[in-house]
Design a protein around this ligand. Structure first.
Ligand code: PGA
Ligand code: ZN
Length: 834
């Protein structure tokens, strides 16, 4: 599928039901995209043009012209030219914004009020129409908004403005408005067909009219009109609209003999695409109707009639909203409808109402509502009935945050509505219990292990913890308190929820957490539950955890499998003695996990031998992440050993070097304390430059500066464009911080640690932002680890760039490598320790 049309899906999709509803709406909008529609219905095969099954041999015509009007006209003209390659002699169209074409002139006109601009464009359209002779073919793009945009004289333009204003408050129907429009124009109501006669005319009709009456689109310039001047006058009289000069529409059928009016898109195009999308997501679907409804109440009634569990009811068309005179509320039909539906929704139901042109009388397309909307409104003290009564949906949905935003679209098939009633959860899908216990991590500190149970399935996650934690990481509460919170507050809030609704579970955890730091429950409690729920859901669905994550993440990929970032020499906060630099890594440069692992183990063994040649055995100790710790000699010494170990090991795969400077840990009051010296950022930059000169294979560098200095990161990244500069303490898996880092040009890589941000959904949202900007994601363990192997599944399921999991032989680290190896189907590695 091409780029999302709904721009704020990610923010709105806070539950599985919402996620599905938005995907269904998106499918509808994609299906009516003007370019998609034209490419699906017009094709050129040699000289033969096929339009929705009808054949026109262009070789039989002297010239082919294109004229058009309506919101879709400019994009449609542009696309037609591309499809018909060099066959369009001349053309003129009027839409909402110009588009540069080769032979067709495009004009930007005004809507819904006609104007002089519209008249200028129409004059050109008429000139082209007059040039078309008996042996010519004219393609006419007829689309919604054409009634106002096509304006055959200044007189019509003035009358059109007057008519529109008078009609707004009259209570008349759109058909009545169009009947009058046809009789104040020389082009509408079949007038254009008369001008074009005797050329062959193919009208491509983009219908915005509920019910599919072709002669109503743009007031039917190429369709026979059976209404009369007398009828138009009767309407004017009925609503007391004023004085108008009326003319009769062409009644001679000869003018229409060579006209082919071909509908190429309508409301049903969107509805059938939505139906297919809903069906693919496992819902029963029905299209209730696609016409017009007298009141919002009628629409609500129609949709709410016996909605079955696991069903999506679709409706198209238009609901009439009669706003009392003097009302100052803002918002459109769709916002009003969503407000009317809100109090009627059953638990779990989601309702979407949107204008297919993205413009619900305001800069938003419509709204999505469910009980969450109602709850937010209550929290904010907003009364939905008051806003509904005041026809003031816009400020309501702005406040609760449930507007659907697409920007103005040039497609227009009137409104799209859907009511989703969730599937009935089976016993195995519902969270039945949550337990937690206190365990010890690799450093011997207390942490929690959480189990989420859904019927006969369960998932457990043992939470890790950091030593060099970023200042912006979510809060951590003591393990025993966290266990109590999980078994009480969190348990009672989550039992009964769908375990497969990760978005809703995480939303609930955020709500309980209360603030960005999740201090109401503790980030460690939240991530424990969030990941355990993910594992339980995978079990309930009979999927490996990585496959379930791939489903959640939309099967995206930065690499076929993650590269291994293997930490061989520890320092900084992860060692009692040794280098101030926290990690010295090797990165076998391959996505063949088994080959990478074999190479990493081999280099580690060589390194051990090299260190024992230079140091006494008791001087070579083990750090927090299982790497060696050697007495502090010089900053470059550990790198020299790693480099020598790589060179002396006969590996088949090329091996890069990496480092986690964790610079915040040696930063003090504006300076960096290294090797007994105090350096400012510029001097540290110089030191890094010499490290890079000395070790060109050092290509991944994490946290080279203190965690708040985005500018220093950016400066470093600019000076070392080939190096992947990675944020960890800088970004703390936080989407907003990553956005800031991207804007500043500070990083091309990010460490992903779920416990820095507290929920799996937020972790994936940050990864999504990284993928969108080509920032490499490295899923990482923490220095205080458990035997849990979830991060291997996370790295593989998201197919991210790398997995950072420490030295391969320490049990808590080996668990991750083992899991990744077994996922990638190579579990025959030799687990030698040294
Ligand atoms: P931490 O360190 O888990 O102690 O925070 C790991 C890292 O900085 O990458
Ligand atoms: Zn780090």
């Amino acid at each position: 599928m091409s780029k999302n049309i709904i721009k704020n899906t990610h923010r709105l999709a806070t539950s599985q039901a919402r996620c599905d509803a938005l995907a269904i709406a998106e499918a509808g909008l994609q299906a009516i995209d003007t370019q998609t529609v034209l490419r699906n219905s017009v094709e050129l095969d040699g000289t033969v043009m096929r339009v929705a099954g009808q054949r026109f041999d262009l070789a039989h015509y002297d010239h082919t012209y294109v004229i058009g009007f309506g919101k879709a006209a400019c994009t449609a003209a542009f696309t037609l030219e591309q499809i018909l390659i060099d066959r369009v002699k001349e053309g003129a169209v009027v839409g909402l914004s110009e588009r540069v074409c080769q032979t067709i002139d495009t004009y930007a006109g005004t809507h819904p009020m006609p104007s002089a601009q519209n008249y200028t464009a129409t004059k050109h359209i008429e000139e082209v129409a007059h040039r078309a002779k008996e042996n010519d073919l004219v393609l006419v793009i007829v689309s919604g908004g054409g009634s106002a945009l096509l304006c055959s004289s200044m007189g019509e333009c003035d009358q059109g403005q007057k008519l529109f204003n008078a009609f707004l408050s009259s209570g008349g129907t759109i058909e009545e408005l169009n009947t009058v429009r046809k009789h104040i124009s020389h082009l509408k109501g079949g007038g254009l067909a008369k001008v074009l006669y005797p050329a062959t005319v193919v009208s491509l009709i983009f219908s915005d009219v509920p019910g599919g009456d072709l002669s109503a689109v743009a007031s039917g310039p190429t369709c026979y009109d059976d209404s009369t001047v007398e009828e138009a006058q009767a309407i004017i009289d009925r609503y007391d609209l004023g004085q108008f000069n009326l003319n009769e529409t062409p009644k001679d059928l000869t003018y229409f003999k060579r006209v082919h009016n071909i509908p190429i898109v309508s409301n049903m195009t969107a509805l059938t695409a939505m139906q297919a999308a809903a069906w693919t997501l496992g819902y029963q679907t029905d299209i209730v109707s696609a016409t017009q409804y007298a009141t919002a109440g009628d629409t609500v009634e129609l949709l709410q009639t016996e909605p079955a569990a696991g069903s999506v009811r679709l409706m198209g068309g238009e609901t009439k909203v009669t706003v009392p005179p003097g009302n100052t509320g803002t918002g459109g039909r769709n916002g009003q409808l969503a407000l009317s539906m809100l109090p009627r929704l059953q638990p779990g139901q989601v309702f979407v109402s949107l204008a297919s042109d993205g413009y619900d009388n305001t800069d938003t397309a419509g709204a999505i509502v469910d009980q969450q909307t109602a709850a937010t409104a209550t929290t904010l003290g907003l009364s939905m009935t008051k806003y509904a009564a005041a026809f003031d949906s816009y400020p309501f949905f702005t406040a609760v945050g449930d507007h659907i935003d697409t920007g103005v679209l040039d497609s227009n098939v009137s409104d799209l509505l859907l009511l989703l009633t969730p599937k009935v959860a089976t016993a195995t899908d519902v969270i039945t219990d949550i337990t937690a216990k206190v365990i010890k991590d690799s450093r011997g500190n207390s942490t929690i292990s959480v189990t989420v149970i859904a019927g006969e399935h369960a998932g457990t996650f043992a939470v890790p913890s950091g030593a060099s934690t970023g200042a912006r990481e979510v809060s951590v509460v003591p393990a025993s308190a966290a266990a109590t919170i999980v078994q009480n507050a969190i348990r009672s809030a989550l039992v009964g929820m769908l375990v497969t609704d990760q978005a809703a579970i995480d939303q609930k955890l955020r709500t309980l957490g209360g603030d960005a730091s999740l201090s109401g429950v503790g980030g460690n409690a939240a991530i424990g539950v969030s990941v355990a729920a993910c594992k339980a859901a995978a079990a309930a669905q009979g999927l490996p955890v990585h496959a379930y994550i791939a489903d959640l993440f939309g099967h995206q990929s930065q690499a076929p499998a993650p590269r291994l970032l293997v930490n061989l020499i520890n320092g900084g906060a992860h060692a009692k003695v040794g280098s101030p630099i926290q990690e010295h890594q090797i990165i076998p440069d391959t996505d063949d996990v088994a080959a990478a692992h074999v190479a990493a183990v081999a280099v580690q063994q060589t390194l051990h031998q090299l260190l024992l040649q230079d140091f006494a055995p008791k001087q070579v100790t083990i750090g927090d992440e299982g790497g060696f710790v050697i007495p502090s000699v010089g900053i470059d010494t550990p790198f020299m050993y790693v480099k020598a170990a790589i060179e002396q090991t006969n590996t088949v795969v090329p091996i890069l070097m990496g480092a986690d400077m964790a610079a915040s840990s040696f930063y003090n009051k504006g300076e960096y304390e290294l090797e007994g010296k105090r350096l400012v950022a510029g001097e540290l930059q110089t030191l890094y430059r010499s490290l890079h000169t000395q070790f060109p294979q050092l290509q991944l560098v994490e946290d080279p500066f203190v965690e708040h200095d985005y500018a220093a990161f950016a400066c470093y990244q600019a000076a070392q464009p080939a190096v992947t500069c990675i944020g960890d303490d800088l970004t703390t898996t936080n989407k907003a911080s990553l956005q800031k880092a991207i804007t500043a040009g500070a990083v091309t890589g990010i460490i992903i640690k779920p416990n820095q941000i507290g929920t799996l959904s937020d972790t994936l949202a940050t990864m999504q932002l990284a993928y969108d900007h080509g920032v490499r994601c490295i899923v990482s363990h923490r220095s205080g680890e458990t035997m849990d192997d979830f991060i291997a599944d996370l790295a593989y399921g998201t197919k991210c760039y790398g997995l950072k999991a420490g030295a391969p032989n320490q049990p808590e680290r080996a668990a991750k490598y083992d899991r990744l190896l077994s996922i990638t189907n190579y579990n025959t590695y030799d687990n030698q320790s040294n």
